[in-house]
Design a protein around this ligand. Structure first.
Ligand code: URA
Length: 233
């Protein structure tokens, strides 16, 4: 037997979120609404939130990756994104979904949901990723058009069409790409004759970096974020 709120936490809800869900009557145990977070439930009980049975064992964390850490589960020399999480989460076997270079900041999703990780990174799925990119130089309408047409990189790689939304700064833009090859944005910018000064990932598929998270901070995904992500094609 374990506490109902612990059961929700094990499925990726924060303690606070679990308590709130239970107290507001959104949680059922074997079909009956239970509003006491401390209620003990059998291992075999079916716990559901808003009618959807818990995906037990899966945990979803959003991290604002700072510069200077590597997107890996372990590294002999460097600090990794896993090192920014508390011990109990590190022990869960979470892995980062997709990679950001060491100097790149922004959204990293960490989960132990293998199928979801595969879906978000598989080249067949073309998940949109939005980056804020600042370059050495000026981004132009010609650059926007070349990206929209699909760049061919120096090494022959044909990129999918990408969307560049210019901002007032001229050296900064929002870039949406639908693939995730090694150093993709840096190589695209190099192809346009520019070098990347800063790069920050703002979103991946339906998931957007929480502006309230400072670099190095993390939080669990909300129930809504999880559902949208898991259901997306
Ligand atoms: N493009 C890059 O060049 N680097 C990243 O980390 C992500 C996208």
């Amino acid at each position: 037997m374990e506490r109902l709120d612990k059961r929700l936490s094990a499925a990726g809800f924060s303690r606070k979120e679990a308590g709130a869900c239970i107290r507001t009557g959104r949680v059922t145990v074997d079909g009956t609404v239970v509003t006491a977070p401390e209620r003990r439930v059998e291992e075999t009980a079916i716990v559901a939130v808003d009618g959807a049975p818990l995906r037990t064992g899966c945990c979803y964390v959003m991290l604002h990756k700072p510069a200077g850490v590597v997107t890996a589960t372990e590294d002999a020399r460097e600090r990794t994104v896993l090192d920014l999480l508390p011990e109990e989460l590190r022990r869960r076997g979470l892995f980062p979904v997709g990679r950001l270079d060491k100097d790149v900041t922004g959204l990293v999703l960490l989960t132990d949901d293998g199928p979801l990780g595969h879906k978000l990174t598989s080249p067949r799925h073309h998940v949109d990723k939005v980056y804020e990119v600042t370059v050495d130089g000026v981004l132009t309408e010609e650059d926007r058009q070349a990206l929209a047409d699909g760049l061919k990189l120096g090494d022959g790689l044909q990129c999918l069409p990408a969307e560049l939304r210019l901002t007032d700064g001229l050296d900064t833009a929002l870039l949406t790409i639908r693939e995730g090859k090694f150093h993709q944005v840096k190589r695209m910018m190099a192809c346009l004759g520019k070098s990347v000064k800063t790069l920050k990932r703002l979103s991946m598929g339906s998931l957007t970096l929480d502006e309230g998270l400072k670099p190095g901070e993390w939080r669990y995904l909300t129930a809504e974020e999880r559902e949208t992500l898991v259901k997306s094609d």
